[in-house]
Design a protein around this ligand. Sequence first.
Ligand code: ADE
Length: 413
Amino acid sequence: MSNILDASLAPSGIKKIEWVRSHMSALSQIEKKFEKEQPFKGLRVAVSIHLEAKTANLALVLAKGGAQVFLTGSNPLTTQDDVAAAVASMGVETFARYGVSPSEYEQLLAQTLECHPHLIVDDGGDLVSLLCGDCAGYADELFGGCEETTTGILRLKARERDGLLPCAMMAVNDAKAKHYYDNKYGTGQSVWTAIMDTTNLITAGKTVVVAGYGWCGKGVAMRAKGLGANVIITEIDPFKALDATMDGFRIMKMDDAAKIGDIFVTVTGCKDVIVSRHFETMKDNAILCNAGHFDCEVNVAQLKEMAVSVGERRKNIVGYTLKNGKTLNVLGEGRLVNLACGMGHPAEIMDMSFAVQALALRWLVDHKDGLEKKLYQIPDSIDDEIGWHKLAAMGMEIDRLTPEQEAYLNGWG
Ligand code: ADE
């Protein structure tokens, strides 16, 4: 039933999965518990997450817990076909291929939902959109879901406001064990790994413009500084802008930054952050990429229209030459650079994020009877379990409150 590119690619994908599994200790511990307790027995779980090795591991852990897992990607350019083949060969129904068109991508998601899921794991809100639209007929047994990203949660909040949620949804992104690490350190590392591997250029001494100073933007800026870049931040929120200033970065409008940047990274979650008036003033050979969930931050369609010639310059780099003779280089078609041109976040980071996913799904099962169609925050008990596990896994111990200290902190004064 799976819909993948080529089953014979499985051996390379299996190696990738085995490697990350040996670095995802929180998930391994959860897997052991799930195997014994079978919390998802008899349940169908549809998962839409960038399909790479760490995601495959999450799917396998849920399957060990008794779930029938139906897996798809979360972007037309981020599926790794060998991993898709591998996870399909391990019994997970998989509907994902690299390089599909937007409509083929949506078809793969719809095929995944044909299982009539009880639970969903979404990344950016595409499954929820389909379940509220063309695939509403598949939501008849749906009772809960989890959302991975900041962007997806924004969409869920808008749906909740308008009474349009298809089921109870857990805000996985908002867990401490997720956004403090995944958004900041995961994005910080994986974005620069992808940019440097893709371009084979140096970052030190360059002027890097980071658009957006949320958790992801902070990580991208911090690592750029560490690599020796001169970092400029653009923002629309005065407090985030002040934060960036006090972290030692220059703040300016994109109109001004466009003229001096060598490398641009958008991480705002908003659209049209870099548009034609910016392209016109950019330096020759500027590099543009995006690390936000959707490919609407750098307006590549406008750039294409303005270009007098367009051509691939290197794998995952398209050069757009403008009338003024300058060439602007777009990485990964303006899609998530760390996944479209790289391997995604490090395994130890996705371990924490996916541990939240696994425990949040279990929470939904345990609380099934009282659930409402609203957005739920991750309980502190889940965050704490992962935090303590991770500390122990890294060989660290920390102080604990004495009963007297606890009483002092909880008292009136
Ligand atoms: N691997 C799987 N999902 C990912 C994400 N959202 N970001 C980076 N790496 C990932």
